[in-house]
Write a protein that binds this ligand. Structure first.
Ligand SMILES: [Zn+2]
Length: 377
């Protein structure tokens, strides 16, 4: 992943630290400086942030490992100052599964907070707990209380802060601003009634409205992190909604609706020159390549041809530049083609009808089809 430092791989999932994470340390130093904090206090504050991000990491593993139970892999986990992201390869489509995956993250923080509070209950000096009770109930005067709060040992303060931030994490994540966890829970519940596409449209709309309020509130209260997070949510809600609507559209069609029967065939022993000519004087950008027996053996993709032009590599054989070929059935869902082209990067795919190659579908054809259908409504 770009601009990120790989920390380690755990449970088979690589964990990355985004470069902006460095801003956390800048923030800590700035905060310590402007509040004239001692070295020890700065140390504790740094420790608190590190512990907090460990909790965020465990939260993301909560999502990732529940998703795994439903057969969904996690590409990686990225830690950023505004929180973590477990990048799942897809969201489970059954609403109940999405519900469980979404809620598993915050549940991890509930468990962490509970454990910390239980440990505090067991190990902390009751005298300090008394002070805390007064602080919560505000039963003594403020100045006296301040003084007594100062006496609380740093480890206990640390534990209390960590428990409190975990609880804050739960509350914050459960805001129903799709695609935050609460928003996903919201969509999953809606999906059970309205179907996924409509549920996503509603959840994205609500999510963007709430995120806009977060941005407004963030700017008004100098909470820039909140504003940045709000912008992030608006953007993410939009792009995820577009993706779901697209998938919904494509799932209603089959390959038969886009198959192109006319296409140029290349052979393994053709020169690159012939591919370059086709690219220059035609509309096709990617080609199927066949051997002597007219068996499909691979594809020649546009970037390979451009590379050959750049290197003036006109006379090498096409067979040296092949990518693996993929075929689909004419009755397959268009969604399958979309995943092959957009996610796995195939430029062109052969289309089979009962063991016979009847045509191709490529990137350009798919894009045209989507544009036409999207316009139709
Ligand atoms: Zn989460």
């Amino acid at each position: 992943m770009r601009g990120a430092l790989k920390l380690f791989t755990w449970f088979g999932i690589p964990v990355f630290l985004h470069w902006t994470f460095g801003l956390i340390f800048v923030y800590i130093l700035w905060h310590a400086q402007s509040n004239e904090m001692s070295v020890i206090d700065t140390f504790w504050l740094t420790g608190l942030f590190m512990a907090l991000f460990l909790c965020v990491l465990l939260h993301e593993y909560g999502h990732a490992l529940t998703a795994r139970r439903y057969g969904v892999k996690t590409r990686d986990i990225v830690l950023m100052p505004i929180g973590g992201v477990a990048r799942l390869e897809r969201m489970p489509e059954k609403p109940i599964q999405e519900f469980v995956v979404a809620i598993a993250g915050p549940m991890v923080n509930v468990v962490i907070a509970t454990i910390i509070l239980i440990l505090i209950g067991i190990f902390a000096d009751p005298a300090y707990l008394e002070v805390l009770k007064d602080a919560v109930l505000q039963s003594s005067g403020e100045e006296v209380l301040d003084e007594r709060l100062q006496e609380i040992p740093q480890l206990l303060q640390f534990a209390l802060n960590l428990a409190a931030t975990n609880i804050a994490l739960v509350l914050f994540n459960m805001i129903p601003a799709f695609p935050m966890d609460g928003g996903r829970v919201f969509r999953a519940l809606l999906s059970m009634r309205t179907g996924r596409a409509k549920a996503t449209r509603i959840a994205a709309w609500v999510g963007q409205a709430i995120a806009l309020m977060l941005v407004g509130y963030g700017l008004w209260s100098d909470g820039f992190m909140l504003a940045i997070l709000g912008i992030f949510v608006i953007y993410a809600a939009r792009s995820e909604n577009e993706m779901v609507q697209m998938e919904d559209l494509l799932s209603r069609f089959t390959v038969r609706d886009v198959v192109r029967p006319q296409f140029n065939r290349l052979h393994t022993n053709d020169w690159m020159q012939s591919a370059i000519e086709l690219l220059r004087h035609g509309l096709e950008r990617h080609f199927l390549v066949f051997d002597f027996n007219d068996q499909l053996v691979g594809t020649l993709e546009e970037d390979e041809i451009i590379l050959a032009i750049r290197k003036s590599n006109m006379s090498s054989e096409i067979g040296q530049h092949l990518h693996p070929a993929e075929v689909v059935s004419v009755d397959d869902s268009l969604l399958k083609v979309y995943h092959l082209i957009r996610q796995q990067g195939f430029g062109i795919i052969g289309v089979m009808d009962e063991n016979k190659l009847i045509g191709v579908v490529d990137e350009g054809g798919l894009t045209n089809f989507v544009r036409l259908e999207a316009r139709n409504g």
